[in-house]
Design a protein around this ligand. Structure first.
Ligand SMILES: [Zn+2]
Length: 271
């Protein structure tokens, strides 16, 4: 018997990824989104097969009684539920350009929103939405809206504000479809969403006159492209005068902290 505590519980459908099911995906229950009846429809087919069929048949919202969420997007739902590969493998992908574009656009929107959040939260020190709002001269409610994976109305000028606020580059361009599977596989990891700000970028933080840095792949490539002369660096040129960045407090700082703690040891030795 369901207790009162379970009234607000929600479950995720293992077929379509809808995560607001009122009842668990168990015997006799039906997902209002994909219409799968558990312990019935799934007796002779795997979840992957059922998912593939739902996608191929146009993944329409099933229930007449439970309405779909506002701005419901089955592409986004499947990607967030980590079923993006099923979207790519579906026969609709090669056969339907609208479908293909919707898969790509939904993925890009999710990625952009998640990246804004990662850049804010992994900033040193981490920033609140209010602080980002101040830096970008936008309202906090707007920051919240843009960090939501449902957002899709990106503008280049807005994204530039974020890029400047976080000290990163905004890159835009076209890409081949063959990259999409790998992007979908890796593109939503925090590691791939995080971008270090300017002063954490190796080519611009090298010490003056370091021969090794003159031979670094960054500058070698620029020289061989003709974008830069072959003359040796002059003193004070490039980011050469910049100090190497100090390690972050939550990683690699150990060495720095150790050297700073040495006086303490000496002090103790004197006592
Ligand atoms: Zn479902």
């Amino acid at each position: 018997m369901a207790s009162a505590n379970n009234n607000n519980a929600s479950y995720q459908c293992p077929v379509c990824g809808y995560d607001q099911m009122r009842e668990s995906p168990d015997s006799g229950n039906i997902c209002p989104c994909c219409g799968i009846e558990f312990d019935a429809d799934d007796l002779n087919k795997t979840l992957v097969q059922l998912r593939g069929e739902w996608i191929e048949n146009g993944f329409r919202w099933f229930s007449k009684g439970t309405l779909s969420p506002k701005d419901w997007n089955p592409y986004r739902q499947l990607i967030l539920a980590k079923h993006g590969g099923d979207l790519l493998l579906n026969p609709r992908f090669p056969n339907d350009a609208n479908y293909r574009n919707a898969v790509d656009e939904s993925f890009s929107n999710i990625r952009m929103a998640k990246q804004l959040r990662v850049l804010r939260e992994r900033h040193h020190p981490p920033l609140t939405q209010a602080q980002v709002a101040e830096k970008t001269e936008m309202k906090q409610s707007r920051i919240s809206e843009l960090e939501n994976v449902d957002y899709s109305s990106w503008s280049v000028s807005t994204l530039r504000r974020f890029a400047r606020a976080f000290g990163v580059r905004l890159v835009f361009g076209c890409a081949p479809w063959e990259r999409l599977p790998l992007e979908m596989a890796q593109g939503l990891n925090i590691e791939s969403l995080w971008v270090p700000p300017f002063d954490r970028n190796a080519p611009f933080s090298a010490p003056v006159g370091n021969a090794l840095d003159q031979q670094s792949p960054f500058w070698k490539a620029l020289r061989s492209s003709g974008q830069m002369s072959n003359e040796p660096f002059r003193s004070g040129e490039i980011g050469a005068l910049r100090e190497r960045p100090k390690p972050f407090a939550d990683g690699g700082v150990f060495v720095g902290m150790l050297s700073r703690s040495q006086p303490t040891t000496e002090t103790r030795a004197k006592l």
